[in-house]
Design a protein around this ligand. Sequence first.
Ligand SMILES: *[C@@H]1O[C@H](CO)[C@@H](O)[C@H](O)[C@H]1NC(C)=O
Ligand SMILES: *[C@@H]1O[C@H](CO)[C@@H](O)[C@H](O)[C@H]1NC(C)=O
Ligand SMILES: *[C@@H]1O[C@H](CO)[C@@H](O)[C@H](O)[C@H]1NC(C)=O
Ligand SMILES: *[C@@H]1O[C@H](CO)[C@@H](O)[C@H](O)[C@H]1NC(C)=O
Ligand SMILES: *[C@@H]1O[C@H](CO)[C@@H](O)[C@H](O)[C@H]1NC(C)=O
Length: 374
Amino acid sequence: MKAVFDDHDRTYCNWHVFRSGRTFTYIICLFGFIAIVYFTKNRPVAFAQIHSFNSSNSLPIYYAYTNIPFLPDVHIDDDLGFVPHFLAFTYDWDMLNQCLDSFYESKVGWQNVVLVDNSPGKLAVKRRDWLARKYGHMIIAILPTSSLLSFSHLQNLFLDIAQQSKCDFYSWSHMDIMLLPLSEDWAIAKENINKTVGAKSSDAHPHTVYTKMLNSIRQANRTENNWSVIFYHYDLVIAVRTSAYISNGPFDIYIPQYTADCDYYRRLKLSGYVSINQHIVHIFHMPKVLKNELVEELKTCAWKRAKEILHISADDGRDINRTQWRRNNMRIADREAEPLLYTAGLTYYQKKWNTRNCGLKNNEPNWNLDPIIT
Ligand SMILES: *[C@@H]1O[C@H](CO)[C@@H](O)[C@H](O)[C@H]1NC(C)=O
Ligand SMILES: *[C@@H]1O[C@H](CO)[C@@H](O)[C@H](O)[C@H]1NC(C)=O
Ligand SMILES: *[C@@H]1O[C@H](CO)[C@@H](O)[C@H](O)[C@H]1NC(C)=O
Ligand SMILES: *[C@@H]1O[C@H](CO)[C@@H](O)[C@H](O)[C@H]1NC(C)=O
Ligand SMILES: *[C@@H]1O[C@H](CO)[C@@H](O)[C@H](O)[C@H]1NC(C)=O
């Protein structure tokens, strides 16, 4: 390759000898040489790596999540920095939309949602333009998972992304929930904005639920040395201090879903970490998608009625099997495998903690958790 450049260089210089004085020719040659050195040294990185690769080199490692291709509306807080909110979508598109609508509501005004598309068929990726049009200000990235990940895998992925993106804090939530601002916030905001479900978050009042969440992180960080998580209604919505999770280790992947949370929060406590409870918004655990009439009513009704609608609908879940909505969209293999994996996880949990109950008050694990191997 060098030889080709040299030949070209010489030809170029000789061509000039016929037309101008010697000094001028040398200057042109010098510039030509500098240009060649410059361009060969400033090739794109990937190109350089191909050329420097030799069989004794190890393969290059790319940290995929350090440069998430964000949409333009990323909110970077002055002191907290970038606080992403992870929302994992596995089953039921309508349930996801219901949740996103309620996060998008003007007084909730959520921001920095990183939608982790864990769905079979990657529906969110396929419908990304539609999502961008509807929630453009709120969803900043869609990250497809490489295969169907369990709850524990997803938690470890959130932590991994937060760590690689240098986020000191992040939040995540379930996606079968709906939010309703507290009545006092509703009243404040009412003077300024319409209370339509799905109003643009760019119109949001500065006192949104999202702002309150950031404030609660700020306050926790100021007042509690050993804080690890802030529960807003257990972990239906939760803020995480990344450094606490890093030192506590990953979620136990041998407990794929149910009781993985119980295991992790007990381990945080055993490591000397403190969890905080904060009530900044009403959070409803929805057993299914609301009927259209109720969705329409929510757009115009008073706060009291909105709370009633959501309360009654969420309460319905006590009679309805709460896992049912997920099963609606499962493939046959998912449906067959899930109860088996659930039982296996629970059996393992019992070996670890001597109980199948989530409430681990004074329980110590039956083996040394340090180091934890994923
Ligand atoms: C190949 O890579 C090794 C390790 O980086 C390096 O020491 C060596 O000089 C390289 N050889 C060539 C021909 O570039
Ligand atoms: C949070 O607290 C840690 C130490 O406790 C401090 O280093 C950091 O700057 C704080 N972050 C914010 C955003 O206040
Ligand atoms: C509320 O919404 C209506 C209809 O979309 C609009 O005409 C009105 O200007 C809005 N009010 C405020 C305060 O934004
Ligand atoms: C908790 O706080 C105490 C005193 O502030 C400190 O000695 C201890 O190391 C902390 N534990 C963790 C896990 O940070
Ligand atoms: C919920 O329904 C699924 C399947 O329909 C079943 O396997 C599971 O045992 C049910 N759970 C409860 C608590 O009834």
